[in-house]
Design a protein around this ligand. Structure first.
Ligand SMILES: [Zn+2]
Length: 266
């Protein structure tokens, strides 16, 4: 785990050019960052971070690494952790949900974590218990919205989607509602306004309810809105990370969280 975060920190130093980077004031003591562990004491123990301003609401939760080889979201969380200065609200980051898969750079170790929600306390695989603990964590922290960061190998294509509707998600925001919420539409418009190349713009994609997915369980069982973002994995990593940062900050803004984003040393 130490090696992983060392690499994260190192890489982040070399990523720049964020559209949100602006003349931010120096970090001050008006907000706090704390961390704890999901699955503390287990083989799948992984850190989560809570960035909290004096005024704690609204609250957003961002998770990445449910699939261990979809890494752009994890690096984006690391940048957020370093450069976000909160004025109002709470941001919860779970950068590497399936840390065993992250360490092996693989989608899943025993089974696909995103196929076993809502999980089981004592299931046959660690993924069952991890899904269960993740649901408990969301319930306990009561975010207003949960954003899941993933990556896909194929860019969204209408024709491809018609033939194979579970294989074409690059550069999309996924909802399980056929009616798109204003919140989602506004967040999409905001992030796309930061992306000069319109071929890389995010589109909203409806994906029907799946009883074993994390997003659908958060919505159905916990009654918390949740959306999934998928960047296109064939793009280079720094570009994908910057899109993920755009996505996170756009959702923060749309949630009503006040922040600065930029290097505190500037
Ligand atoms: Zn995924």
């Amino acid at each position: 785990m130490t090696k992983y975060f060392y690499v994260l920190v190192l890489l982040t130093v070399f990523i720049s050019g964020d559209v949100f980077a602006q003349s931010a004031p120096k970090r001050n003591s008006s907000f706090t960052i704390s961390y704890s562990y999901l699955g503390e004491g287990t083989s799948y123990q992984t850190p989560f971070y809570i960035l909290k301003a004096k005024k704690k609401h609204p609250r957003i939760m961002i998770d990445a690494g449910i699939h261990g080889d979809e890494i752009a979201g994890m690096y984006a969380c690391d940048s957020i952790l370093q450069y976000l200065q909160l004025i109002e609200g709470t941001v919860i980051l779970v950068p590497a949900v399936n840390i065993q898969a992250v360490m092996k750079n693989t989608r899943g170790v025993n089974i696909d974590l995103n196929q076993v929600f809502p999980g089981k306390k004592d299931g046959p695989h660690y993924e069952d218990s991890l899904a269960y603990d993740f649901m408990e964590l969301v319930k306990e922290l009561e975010p207003d919205v949960v954003i899941n960061l993933h990556e896909a190998w194929t860019k969204f294509d209408e024709k491809y989607y018609e033939r194979k509707n579970d294989m074409s998600f690059g550069q999309t925001l996924i909802t399980n509602s056929e009616t798109f919420s204003d919140y989602l539409i506004n967040a999409r418009d905001r992030m796309n306004s930061y992306i000069a190349d319109s071929t890389k713009h995010f589109r909203i994609q409806y994906f029907p309810y799946k009883p074993n997915h994390s997003m659908d369980n958060i919505i159905e069982k916990l009654k918390i809105p949740s959306y999934t973002c998928e960047t296109l994995r064939t793009l280079n990593l720094s570009e994908r990370i910057n899109y993920m940062i755009d996505v996170i900050l756009s959702f923060l803004e749309e949630t009503g969280i006040e922040y600065y984003y930029g290097d505190p040393k500037d």
